[in-house]
Design a protein around this ligand. Sequence first.
Ligand SMILES: [Fe+2]
Length: 231
Amino acid sequence: MTDFNSTSDLNGRYDIYGAVHKGLRKTQCELLPRLGSADFSIPQVALLTELRALLTLAASHVQHEDHHIHNALKARGAVSVERLDHQHDDHRKTFAELEAIISEIEKAPAAKRPALGRRLYLAFSAYVAHDLEHMFEEETVAAPQLWSLFTDAELAEIENRIVGSLPPEKSMAFMQIMIPASRPDERAAMLGGMKQHAPREAFDAVMEFAARPKLSAAEFADLVRRLDLVA
Ligand SMILES: [Fe+2]
């Protein structure tokens, strides 16, 4: 049985998983009931496009963790990285299976689509369940290992390498899921760091194309106030 009290405290340490995992949880958990209530006798092009976009981000995320976090952990002799590696391998298989069902729906005649839609809904529900547990494990088992083996500055450097490896459109897509999933203080810290260190055009683009459309008017106004900007 997991001890929720002893494993979940940040203790002021660098939270390398927090923002992106919040973004993935929010997006996945919101998509699931939409797949459940969708009428698949009509094509559902927009919904399937959103699902594909989410799966692309989730696949990139797994790859970033493998490449930048698991390799760093292995290099410093961490235990239990293999378990996370296997979970990532399972995720990759699931991504391929989900994509196969999506393509099948796109090609199927209207009469066959509802059954395929149900298959997609159930397969995605199983993926979300596994991923929620997997991310929990990362934040309660892998994160303490990272804290014991790396300084916060080193963890920030790992995260910067991940962010720096992203093409602009993918970076924007991650911001679009992370910003609305974060607490007001977290999103102000994230955007505040960007305001200080990123080129002004990049910061402005994230405000206009990620923050503004994904936040309510009140949330956006709060962010602007915290960032000390003029709306
Ligand atoms: Fe992961």
